[in-house]
Design a protein around this ligand. Structure first.
Ligand SMILES: Nc1ncnc2c1ncn2[C@@H]1O[C@H](COP(=O)(O)OP(=O)(O)OP(=O)(O)O)[C@@H](O)[C@H]1O
Length: 346
């Protein structure tokens, strides 16, 4: 649905050139929620702005539904942009207009008849859950309510795609949850494809189907949220994954436990739960697992857990236990050293 091919963007400033995007290729499929995550300065905003050509790529092509936007005349580009809505971190509402007007004015400018405008404003205010605020001004609304107005304004044009530029970054955790639920609803019930950028793992975790990780203008990892976050390869991806698990164990404890066995991190995906598998380990092998720390979280609707476990026993028995765990589709890693052959800290 959205295809970026070899997109580069270089800004020329007084201080020199800034390569904000370097040869980025991405494909967003119809109906999915695709998230781009990265730290500040990674190039996320520049990337999302190239999709509706708010930012023109220096090189490469941007296509939406097979139409190459980078080749369109200004008139045709403006027609294609109508299929793409956008929401922002700062909401971008007209301060001197009511909620109703914030949604109706752009519809009027796009030439819709009055009755249709009224229908749409009421329909989309109801979908985002703030019909009662129709006559309020933005200054009378909370951040979450303002974002709901911005979402209603975007979807009132009945776009096929919604671009979300850090839409929840200015909101508190509870309001973020509520806005993410709303984006999910819009995706599922109205079939709108969503491309979002964020620096928050919880956004990717909660609503995205696929993800791209950006660093320094490049996409360094890209795939389904489950694949990318359960087996991260790039250091930046690993940092994002670790940010949802808080397994800080005291160094002195680790040193002491290493004397009698090994410490491993076990990742479980889907409905596998750590404890029954570990009970089997202690039954089948001469190994005693002791859970030091654990977290179970969710990737969209799939449970995902990580346990830090001390495996007490002889090396050969622990090796057999690790092999067994892997056969049960548990990802086993050394806590401090990632040695492929021997995954344990020795
Ligand atoms: N209009 C511009 N002129 C010059 N440099 C720019 C411009 N826009 C972005 N940049 C630079 O491009 C790089 C990527 O910026 P971008 O805003 O896309 O990153 P980001 O990942 O969205 O970061 P943040 O979350 O902090 O906004 C940065 O080095 C930034 O300074």
């Amino acid at each position: 649905m959205i295809k970026l091919q070899n997109v580069s963007k270089t800004f020329v400033t007084k201080k020199g050139k800034v390569e904000a995007l370097k040869n980025v290729s991405l494909e967003v499929k119809k109906g999915e929620i695709f998230g781009v995550i990265g730290y500040s300065g990674a190039g996320k905003s520049t990337l999302i702005r190239t999709v509706n050509l708010l930012e023109k790529p220096s090189e490469g092509t941007v296509s939406v539904n097979g139409t190459e936007l980078t080749k369109l005349s200004p008139n045709k580009l403006s027609a294609s942009r109508k299929k793409i809505g956008m929401i922002f971190q700062g909401f971008n509402l007209l301060k001197t207009a009511t909620v109703y007007e914030n949604i109706s004015i752009p519809l009027r400018l796009s030439g819709l008849p009055k009755a249709e405008i009224d229908n749409r404003v009421k329909k989309y205010l109801s979908i985002v859950g703030i019909e009662s605020k129709s006559d309020s001004y933005p200054s009378q609304l909370s951040g979450g309510q303002k974002q709901r107005v911005a979402i209603a304004r975007a979807i009132a044009h009945e776009p096929e795609i919604l671009l979300s530029d850090e839409a929840t970054s200015a909101l508190d955790p509870d309001t973020t949850e509520a806005i993410l639920d709303l984006l999910l609803k819009i995706n599922e019930e109205l079939g709108i494809t969503i491309l979002l950028i964020t620096h928050e793992m919880k956004v990717i975790q909660k609503i995205c189907d696929r993800v791209a990780v950006m660093e320094n203008g490049e996409v360094v990892e890209n795939g389904s949220v489950l694949d990318v976050f359960t087996a991260p390869r790039h250091e930046t991806t690993k940092r994002f994954v670790n940010s949802i698990f808080h397994h800080q164990l005291p160094e002195a404890l680790l040193t002491k436990l290493k004397e009698t066995g090994s410490i491993v991190s076990l990742s479980f995906v889907d409905n596998t739960s750590g404890e029954p598998t570990l009970a089997l380990v202690s039954k089948k092998f001469n190994v005693f697992p002791n859970i030091l720390s654990g977290t179970i979280t969710q990737l969209k609707d799939v449970p995902y857990g990580k346990l830090i476990v001390h495996l007490q026993g002889d090396d050969s028995e622990i090796d057999r236990a690790v092999e067994f765990l892997e056969q049960q589709h548990v990802l086993v890693e050394g806590v401090k050293r990632n040695d492929v052959k021997n995954k344990r800290i020795s």
